[in-house]
Design a protein around this ligand. Structure first.
Ligand code: GDP
Ligand code: MN
Length: 379
C-alpha cells in the first residue's frame, strides 16, 4: 500500500525528521488560506500516488497567497500519469543549496533493510540509478543491531556533509530506519533531503510504501488508504481476497496456492509464453471467487489465453468449474482457456465445462505448452 506525501510526512515528523510541515487543500481558496496561515513563500504540491510530480508540473512555487491560489487552481484537476489531482499540499518553500537522496528498502538478496543514499538526489534519481549506479551508496543494516551511529556517520561523510550536518544526518537516517521498521514499510524515502544555503538539513519530500501482508497489525495505516487511487483491478482483487499482481505478458493465470502459481508461471515461460499476472485464489475457494478472479484477468486487453491450474484438494474442481462457467456467461469472453483441473470432484468439473472454449490438459507441462500456443494463435 502506498500513501501520500503529506501522510508520510506526518509519520516521519514523529520520528524526528526535520520537515517543514504544511497543510492539505482541496480547493484554490483553501490553498490561499493555507498559504496565508503559513506566511511567506510556499510550494503547491500535487498529492498523487505516483512519482515524478515535479517533472509533470505538479510542484510549483508561490510567493504570495494569491499566487498559491492560482497555482492550486492549475494543479487541482491536472492529470498526472493517469491520476487526476484531487488535493494539494501547501508547504513552506525552502531555499536549496544541495539535494540528497535518502531511502530505506528491503533487499531480499541481502536479507536486510538497505539504506541508500546519494549526493545526486532530486528529480533525476532514477536516471542516476540507471546510468551511474556507483553514485548511490548502499548500506545493508544488520536487523539485530539496527543502524549504528558510526555507519550513518560514514555515509554522511561520503555524501560530503560537514560539521553539525553529520549529526543531523545521523538522526535523520536513524529516524527513517525506525519509522520503516515500526510501520512494516517496504520503502521509506526522502528525496530530496536538502541542504539549505545556511547549511541545515530539511526533508522536503517523503514517500512510504507498506507491506500489505503486515497491515493487519497496523490498524492506523489501513485508515490512510486512498481507494480512489487504487487501480480497479487491485481494489477488486483485494476485496475478493485474491493475491493478484499484474504483469505484462499475454497468458492470464489462475492458480490455487502461491507456490503452484509461481511454478505455473515458470513453466509458462519455459514453453515460450509470458504470464499476464500472478494470481493465487488461495485454498478452498468457492465459485464466486473464481469468477471474480477471471473477470479481473479478462479485463486485461493483453490477455490472449487463460491458463487455469488447480490442484483440487480442499479446493473442489467442480466449484472451480462452476466459477469458470459463470465467468464465460457473465463476460461472453472469446479468449481460449486451457485448464488443468485435477483432484477432488474432477469428473463433475469436466462435465460442467463441456461446450465451452476450454482445452483440457493432464499435466502442468502440457497445460503451459497449450496455453503458450493458444496465446500465440490468438495474438
Ligand atoms: P517529486 O517530483 O514528486 O519527487 O516532488 P518533490 O517534492 O521531490 O519536488 C520536486 C523538486 O521540486 C525537488 O527536487 C526540488 O528541486 C523542487 N522543490 C520542491 N520543493 C521545493 C522548495 O520548497 N523550494 C525549492 N526551491 N524547490 C523545491
Ligand atoms: Mn521527490
Amino acid at each position: 500500500m502506498n500513501i501520500h506525501e503529506h501522510q508520510a510526512k506526518d509519520i516521519l515528523v514523529k520520528h524526528g525528521l526535520p520537515i517543514p510541515m504544511g497543510e492539505v487543500a482541496t480547493t484554490p481558496d483553501e490553498a490561499y488560506a493555507a498559504a496565508q496561515k503559513l506566511g511567506g513563500p510556499v510550494v503547491v504540491k500535487a498529492q498523487v500516488l505516483v512519482g515524478g510530480r515535479g517533472k509533470a508540473g505538479g510542484v510549483k512555487l508561490a510567493r504570495t497567497p494569491e499566487e498559491a491560489r492560482d497555482k492550486a487552481k492549475a494543479i487541482l484537476g491536472m492529470n498526472i500519469k493517469g491520476i487526476i489531482v484531487k488535493k494539494v499540499l501547501i508547504a513552506p518553500a525552502v531555499d536549496i543549496a544541495r539535494e540528497i537522496y535518502l531511502g530505506m528498502v528491503i533487499d531480499r538478496s541481502q536479507k536486510a533493510v538497505v539504506m541508500m543514499a546519494s549526493a545526486a538526489g532530486g528529480v533525476d534519481i532514477e536516471e542516476v540509478a540507471r546510468e551511474t549506479p556507483e553514485k548511490i551508496i548502499r548500506l545493508p543494516i544488520d536487523p539485530s543491531l539496527g543502524l549504528r551511529d558510526y555507519q550513518a556517520r560514514d555515509v554522511a561523510f561520503d555524501l560530503g556533509l560537514q560539521g553539525p550536518q553529520i549529526k543531523e544526518f545521523t538522526q535523520i537516517a536513524k529516524g527513517l530506519y525506525e519509522a520503516f521498521g515500526e510501520t512494516d514499510a517496504s520503502l521509506a524515502e526522502v528525496n530530496p533531503l536538502v541542504v539549505t544555503p545556511e547549511g541545515k538539513l530539511l526533508a522536503i519530500d517523503a514517500k512510504m510504501n507498506f507491506d500489505d501482508s503486515a497491515l493487519f497489525r497496523q490498524p492506523d495505516l489501513e485508515g490512510l488508504r486512498d481507494e480512489a487511487e487504487e487501480s480497479p483491478d487491485e481494489r477488486d482483487a483485494r476485496e475478493a481476497g485474491l493475491n493478484y499482481i499484474e504483469l505484462d505478458g499475454t497468458i492470464g493465470c489462475l492458480v490455487n496456492g502461491a507456490g503452484l502459481a509461481m511454478a505455473t508461471m515458470d513453466t509458462v515461460k519455459l514453453y515460450g509464453g509470458e504470464p499476464a499476472n500472478f494470481l493465487d485464489i488461495g485454498g478452498g475457494a468457492r465459485a464466486d471467487k473464481v469468477t471474480a478472479a477471471l473477470k479481473i484477468i479478462l479485463r486485461d486487453p493483453n490477455v490472449k489465453a487463460v491458463l487455469v491450474n488447480i490442484f483440487g484438494g480442499i479446493t473442489r474442481v467442480d466449484e472451480v468449474a462452476k466459477g469458470i462457467q459463470a465467468a464465460f456467461q457473465e463476460t461472453g469472453t472469446q479468449v481460449p482457456f486451457v485448464v488443468r483441473l485435477v483432484g477432488t470432484n474432477e469428473d463433475a468439473g469436466r462435465e460442467m465445462l463441456k461446450g465451452l472454449n476450454v482445452t483440457w490438459a493432464g499435466t502442468l507441462s502440457e497445460a503451459a505448452e497449450k496455453a503458450a500456443q493458444a496465446a500465440r494463435g490468438n495474438a
